[in-house]
Design a protein around this ligand. Sequence first.
Ligand code: NIG
Length: 396
Amino acid sequence: MTTTLITNLSEAFTSDAAATLVTDAAILIDGEKIAWIGKAVDAPEADTVIDAGYRAALPGWVDSHSHLVFAGDRSREFVARMAGQDYAAGGIAVTTAATRAASDYDLTRLVMGRAAEALAGGTTYLETKTGYGLSVEEETRHARIASTVVDQVTFLGAHLVPAGMDAQEYTDLVCGEMLERVRPYVQFADVFCERGAFNEAQSRQVLTAARDAGLGLRVHGNQLGPGPGTRLAVEFGASSVDHVNYLDEQDVAALAGSWQGWDPATRSGVAGTVATCLPACDLSTRQPLAPGRELIDAGVQIALASNCNPGTSYTSSMSFCVATAVLQMKLSIEEAVIAATYGGALALGVQDKIGTLVVGKRADIQLLNAPSVAHLAYRPGMNLSGPVFRAGKLVA
Ligand code: NIG
């Protein structure tokens, strides 16, 4: 196996449980994995040596929530929202029409372009959802296309009831033929449990069918108002509940309860339901920011994700999400970086493989054009993305 030493790092933030920061660091890559990390002066020899130019290193971002399979433009809806109109789930239908009209070739190119943009920004592991197809043929096509580009695909047929269809009839279709057809391409299933989308009974039906099909579960919950989404996610043992803008005390207690069998110091035990906060979406829809600080203080593991999609969050910038979480949600830099790396991995169930700079993990490493990870929030809005390594290879 070929070894590569990345040396002359100003610091390496590992995202491990102790939030370890190694100053004047070096990282040894052996093939696809991290083989050593420590002070540069102690570094072992390697076949190739890369001088990092005193840049900071951290794990590649793990973006655990995006909707990249779409065509069309919804900037007018965004402009109307900035003029005071509320966000409504119905906007999804606009994207559905445009996406259904796109050829396989065009759609694949669009997804590839967005994934490349995310990679250039430091995202080395990417999840994306279906949910703009809303028919058996289209959901299957979107899942198939997504599976050729990203790391994990989530089936979100239960995103919106398509025009002209009865809600129950559509839910039955999602849980029956649609689930069966998308199954080979997806690892998780999701439901938009919200007023204007799917109610509690329909959400239960989707989660039950997906669980019976052997899929991991997640829920879009409590985005636009209080509701049963978060509690349902916990009840079904979902890996994550995403958005979580409108939580009451019972929701927070339910989430905290799901982590009681987990030891955060060793990161072992029974994982609960990750609360995935989507700050770029919160800003773009002018919703209250998800209560990330309160959730961490209550003992809930959180993730930060981009929610890149044409309706509520047209950005794949995880750095922007981290900066917002620090500046607006009162997370420390360390907490925000951990949520955007390890937290995402936990939400996707791949925390044993990625999300930290620890010996034996896949060498997914991003360098910043800055001397410390603090610059991510200290210089908000600046593009600080430097070289990106994925599975040990320089990819951006
Ligand atoms: O995560 N909440 C539902 N789905 C997306 C938005 C979809 C859209 O408006 O196109 C979200 O915000």
